[in-house]
Design a binder for this molecule. Sequence first.
Ligand SMILES: [Mn+2]
Length: 241
Amino acid sequence: MNRAIIGIVTNEINDELEILSNTQIAYTPIDTISGIKNAGGIPFLIPIGEKNLARQYANIIDGLVLSGGQDVSPLFYGEEPLPELKKTLPTRDEFEIALVKEILKQQKPIFAICRGMQLLNVALGGTLYQDIYSLGKHTLKHLQESHPKYTSHSIKIENDSILNNILGNNTTVNTLHHQAIKDLGINLKITALSSDGFIEAVESTIKEQYILAVQWHPEILLQNNHKESQLLFNDFVKNCK
Ligand SMILES: [Mn+2]
């Protein structure tokens, strides 16, 4: 049987940790790799690279996972940085935006997690709240302090969505974000909201384009044998032929 090759974008540790003699490290969570393996896919890690290589990477893979990480630099959505902005890695943003555009040109599936959903939205011309806690409105705690293998807040899922087919109308999720989608990118639709009104999932409005993008971290929930989370990986890999 020919298994789908699933590209997973990676992050970098440059100078944050004095481990391995300050060697620079490219990495992605093993939980994501496990989710893809358990769904029958072949994980293929993609290091941050030059944007003119995005097409070749897109040619190799059958689907793309956009993983979590830093804040997206607001320069990519036309804003100056606010004081509440956290660390950014613009080389990563630039490469992933190029990768998303190539993958969409080839109509290959995308599974986007947390920052991945925000990056996807920015790649499609959307914008972000740089910090939801400085909006001067009531919010839930979206940066949970309990271990993220436990769920923390509820979401309401829209009908007629991939997410609804997998999870139904309601579920609870973990939450590790201080940013959220503000204006939606082109050809995206909201498929889940938190009770304080933030966008927790989006998908494509184009029927032929599979996009499953979530604001939470299903891969970390797998640590707690969270069956619903594995179903998300399964559905994504099934759609990457
Ligand atoms: Mn949340």
